[in-house]
Design a binder for this molecule. Sequence first.
Ligand SMILES: [Zn+2]
Length: 438
Amino acid sequence: MLVLNPSYIVSMNENIGVIKDGFVGIEKGIITYLSKKKPPQYEELIPLPGRVLLPGFINTHTHVAMTLLRGLKDDVDLQTWLMKYILPLEKLLKPKDVYYGALYGIAEMIKNGITMFMDMYYHEIEVARAVADARIRAVLTYGSADVFFNVSPEEEFKKAEKFREDLLSFVVSKNLKNFIFFAYGPHSPYGCTKELLQIIREAASKHRARIHIHLSETEKEVKEFLKTYRMTPIEYLETLKFLRNDVMAAHVVWATDKDIKILSRRGVHVLHNPTSNLKLASGIAPIPKLLSSKVNVALATDGPASNNRLDMWKEITLAALIHKGVLKDPEVIPAKIALKMATANGAKALGLEDRLGSIEIGKFADFILIDIKKALESTPFHDIHSMLVYALDSRYIESVWIHGKPVYSQEEGFLTINVERLRDKIEDIRARLLSEAK
Ligand SMILES: [Zn+2]
């Protein structure tokens, strides 16, 4: 057993709380010991004075290969950004481009303490290869959208099924069942026909797979649904019997009170992307209302082209701040809840709460070590959650561990990814895409 002895273990489990000067034991990638007392036997003990051990962040919604399109067009609204700039270039992406874009984005996520993410994109099997090479964890979804691609629902569903089969055999052949998970990814109620949504709902229930979807992201989306169907997108999905506790809905910025009741009743998980919603001027999601209606809310960065960073710490701080300002209420989303949204709630949203999201015996040893001595802002502190959320940021992440092994440290850099070589690749792809688009 490898034992770590940090100054603070911030477990993110209500019953365990914060352990001062405690011991975490790891065997074969799993946490097997957690106590204030030193274990009687161990192979190696690493004292970590001045360090905080926190569960790895779970980024529940991204399109990681979009690192390739980062900064392509900023300061426009979502519809213009997506239709005029992003989709035309995405059509030119080759499978290998997606692999390199994903691996580069994964490097950025790892450095920022993200140990698990959920993705939605095209050529998604290439994202699986990048996940395997980087040794991170992920839920992967192919973004189904028969409306965008102008194909029949059956034809589009075939692509989702092909991805499911390819991914499952990839996972088996590489022995990655603890690292890579499948979910369906119908893009949105406006990107999919009713038929496709129904086919996917049925298949998800049959295969016990979860569903990852964009929902009520912009006012325009909601207005168009009201005009066409006299229903909000959430009411529309409810009439299709689409919403259940296996649905993970990104954004939900424009949910009405009635929508929130539906989401709560159906146990839908909401994935909150504060930076992306602000940057694309989509609005600010009613997160405090969702939380008080007992909806599980997790945090996410969204893709690097609409953020433009894959840094969960930034989202944590922002989530803790913006809702206070909007509602003029300092008590909404306290620091601890913001941290929970990035860890335990994320695990719950992905249906992996028995394996991830907190420091507990039996869970995967996925965590980050934060060097609080390096931060002037950590002295003094009275509440550790507040100090982390309001005073520090991802610069103080000293090392990132997945399945009991470091994948990044400030001292040694990336241990699974050659970032310098990748950087040149990314530049080459960017240049090729722009010349082909001209
Ligand atoms: Zn998205």
